[in-house]
Write a protein that binds this ligand. Structure first.
Ligand code: UD1
Ligand code: MG
Length: 458
């Protein structure tokens, strides 16, 4: 990436209502790969060197502010009280545009796939002398986007025309406005915005009118081009799904470049922060929620659902496994089918192969947990810990009632309900003792047959 010594402030517009999403959740908080769209935009801005981040939020934007407090505590938020258009939105941040900055880059919170490289292209154009920079892309289907009208073949821009205001001829243009713009410093930006009116089809103050205002003042306006999928704008749920698919395709390609094998990448969902080591194999139909790290040589078998978990080198998880937050799977450990692990350390070489729930627990190294074992960790009020030592053997269909500790090397007989600690090396049997009655079946049959005859029924 090109280095620049210029300073940069990002202004991210996130106050739109997102009416077309038909949602109680603000549009910019809808997630792509498990991260709100706004989070993706913040990351791109940061990666492109925007050390100041200013976000314009709408009224009743509590959830957006809460997200910002966690994800970008240094960003400042300004409220746009009435939604009067994208230029009006930038002006809502006027008080945040007082510090001299070389580059001001405006981004939309609903364009989650924007790359740092595209933002750097904007900054480079400013560095080379442009006063205003717009990011364009050639759309397969330009419907709904503003059209960029060029002056010449050199990237100089005459105007951006919103679809509703465009003539039929202008609508045939496929070079569209991505919504990202760059300005030579806040003074230039504000002096342009103050001249934008709202005489258009929507009666809004359009940021896109900055182009004509700047041209009228003799300033230079140039366009840089981005790949369409980097600047996809999300206004509907269908476009949210498009963004997700594009993001997933990118992430899968990056994972494979990093040395992971994906048998069918199109059926695997990665999260924004999934880390895959070298020679990891991901079988088809695996879903990763946020917070997962898979180390070298581990295998995730088909139909597993994994979130907030770490999987150490050489471990095998699945098929049909569920790892919930706090699951830490040790080296070469095995987690098999229909096993759920939550907030538990499964230490190196341990095996939990079938139909088991392990929650709030430790399973020591090389332990073997039989089919159908359950840690009873919850009594409706509190959660309790189960400590299972190294080299233990827990027989099938056992219930371990927490808090309880199974000492190293101990055995638990299958079908046991363990309510007391088991000493290291001991065998615990906690079930009804087997009773056998020789010849019982024959006596039972004779009795039952006699009864039936006596009743006269056939
Ligand atoms: C906008 C552009 C259009 C471009 C398209 C790219 C304008 C006038 N049009 O159209 O040229 O092709 O994006 O996706 O800029 N917002 C506010 N306050 C407002 C209005 C909007 O903060 O009063 C925010 C929204 O949250 C959103 C962004 O600005 O993040 C864009 O608004 P949206 O209504 O989605 O504009 P588009 O119609 O998509
Ligand atoms: Mg939009």
């Amino acid at each position: 990436m090109v280095q620049t010594t210029r300073t940069c402030q990002a202004v991210i517009l996130a106050a739109g209502e997102g009416t077309r999403m038909r949602s109680a959740l603000p549009k910019v908080l809808h997630p792509v790969a498990g991260l709100p769209m706004l989070g993706h935009v913040l990351r791109a801005a940061e990666a492109a060197g925007a050390t100041r981040q200013t976000i314009v939020v709408g009224p009743e934007a509590r959830p957006v502010r809460e997200f910002l407090a966690k994800a970008a505590p240094n960003a400042d938020a300004y409220e746009q009280t009435a939604r009067l258009g994208t230029a009006h939105a930038v002006l809502a941040a006027r008080n945040g545009l007082k510090t001299p900055t070389d580059d001001v880059v405006i981004l939309y919170g609903d364009t989650p796939l924007v790359s740092a490289a595209t933002l750097m292209d904007v900054r480079i154009a400013l560095e080379r002398g442009a006063d205003v920079v717009v990011v364009g892309f050639v759309a397969d289907d330009p419907a709904g986007y503003g059209r960029i009208l060029l002056d010449d073949g050199e990237g100089n821009v005459r105007a951006i025309r919103e679809e509703k205001d465009a003539t039929p001829e202008e609508r045939t243009v496929t070079f569209c406005n991505a919504g990202i713009m760059g300005f030579r410093g806040p003074v230039t930006l504000l002096s342009i915005l103050d001249q934008i009116g709202n005489r258009n089809a929507k009666g809004e103050y359009y940021l896109t009118d900055a182009v004509e205002v700047a041209k009228g003042a003799g300033l230079s306006v140039v366009a840089v081009t981005a790949p369409e999928e980097d600047v996809l704008g999300v206004n509907t749920r269908a476009q949210l799904a498009d963004a997700e698919r594009a993001w997933q395709a990118r992430a899968a390609a990056a994972a494979m470049n990093g040395g992971a094998t994906m048998i069918d990448p199109s059926s695997v969902f990665l999260a924004h922060d999934t880390e895959l080591g070298r020679d990891v194999t991901i079988e088809p139909n695996v879903f990763f929620g946020p917070g997962v790290r898979v180390q070298d040589g581990a295998t995730i078998r088909a139909f597993s659902h994994i979130e907030g978990a770490t999987i150490a080198a050489g471990a095998v998880v699945g098929p049909f496994a569920r790892l919930r937050p706090g699951a830490a799977i040790g080296e070469k450990a095995r987690i098999g089918n229909f096993v759920e692990i939550k907030n538990a350390d499964i230490e190196d070489g341990a095996k939990v192969n079938h139909l088991t729930y392990i929650g709030d627990a430790r399973v020591g190294a090389e332990a073997n947990i039989g089919a159908g074992t359950i840690t009873c960790n919850y009594d409706g009020f509190g959660k309790y810990f189960t400590d299972i030592g190294a080299n233990t053997f827990i027989g099938s269909n056992s219930a371990l009632v927490a808090p309880v500790k199974i000492g190293d090397g101990a055995y638990v007989a299958s079908g046991s309900v363990i309510t007391h600690d088991v000493a290291p090396g001991a065998l615990a049997i906690a079930r009804g003792r087997q009773v056998e009655k020789p010849g019982w079946v024959e006596r039972f049959r004779a009795l039952a047959t006699a009864k039936k005859k006596g009743s006269g029924k056939p």
